[in-house]
Design a protein around this ligand. Sequence first.
Ligand SMILES: [Zn+2]
Length: 93
Amino acid sequence: MEQNDNTNNENEKTIKNDVDCDEVIRKLNMILDGEIAKEEETKLLHHIDDCNNCLEQYHIEKSFKELLKSKLQNLSVSVSLIQSIKDKIKGKS
Ligand SMILES: [Zn+2]
């Protein structure tokens, strides 16, 4: 009986330590892009919650991505603007 209890405890610890910082950092982009399985995302986010180092990296990546996204959106607006100007020029000639 005692041995069984010990085995269970060890298993639980193994599952809890399943995620390490390297793994979180490697998968940060996947988390932010939503390209990761929900189950794994929950696991990784749980680690991020507990780990200041990963939390910091997470916020850096997140704000970088948001910045990039807003820049891309601005770019796509001007690209479509250029395209509509080009179309007008083509239509005239
Ligand atoms: Zn960490």
